[in-house]
Write a protein that binds this ligand. Sequence first.
Ligand SMILES: Cc1cc2nc3c(=O)[nH]c(=O)nc-3n(C[C@H](O)[C@H](O)[C@H](O)COP(=O)(O)O)c2cc1C
Length: 243
Amino acid sequence: MIKVVAPMAGITDADFLNKVIPLGFDVATLGGYSLDAPTIEASRKIIERGRKEFDFPLDEIFSHIEGEVASIKKFNSDVKVSANVRATTPQPIIEVGNINDLDIVEINCHCRQEEILAIGCGQEMLKRPDLGDFISEVVDNVSCEVSVKIRANVDGVDTLKIASIIDDAGVDYLHVDAMKMGVFDADYGLLKEICNNVQIQVIGNNSVNNKLNAQKMIETGVDGFSIARGVISGNLDFNLSDF
Ligand SMILES: Cc1cc2nc3c(=O)[nH]c(=O)nc-3n(C[C@H](O)[C@H](O)[C@H](O)COP(=O)(O)O)c2cc1C
């Protein structure tokens, strides 16, 4: 079972990840980072209204990520490092995917902040008619593994169809925030359907903050699970080594 620290903008930097990796994580996710002018501008607007975000200018972001990867590898050489990223075109994502020692580049098709949606990024990517081509272009031009992080149950989006497009695009991981509006638990039924329909590795996400929920997630057939809010305290109430 692959255990992943999920990305949290403004929080999951190398210092934070180095503190929580020893809890037993196999993959540590940096970011999310904005990589081009439109996404960087959107991030700044999000910061202006008081939400946490990483804020790096275009001429620093790539070397910053490289430095963060090196800081994690220095203390946790066995962990895979992933970078969750947002951009309006594949090119900057490809640049991150060729950073030395980065193991996974994760395309963010998940963010739902209105400034990101307004430029067609985050979960709005799920509505792009060329989503498969966008992802394939990244896959074909990077030296590391590729993950795509999606939000499930987005209005007007058929999650199973999207999972199949991502499967066909040749990525290594499909990372699913199995959120369901109005429910304080993951959509385990949908995760099970996704796992039955795709060949690639599925990382399930949402509400893994106790042992019972971790077990329910695993029973859907996922290859791994990720945790965001549950690691902020650095103090989960179960042992990752139990799974
Ligand atoms: C403060 C905060 C920031 C987040 N930032 C990102 C992000 O930058 N990229 C992303 O893909 N998901 C982001 N997420 C979503 C989490 O990775 C995760 O999908 C979500 O919180 C559900 O998982 P959980 O129940 O384990 O927290 C963020 C979540 C929180 C709470």
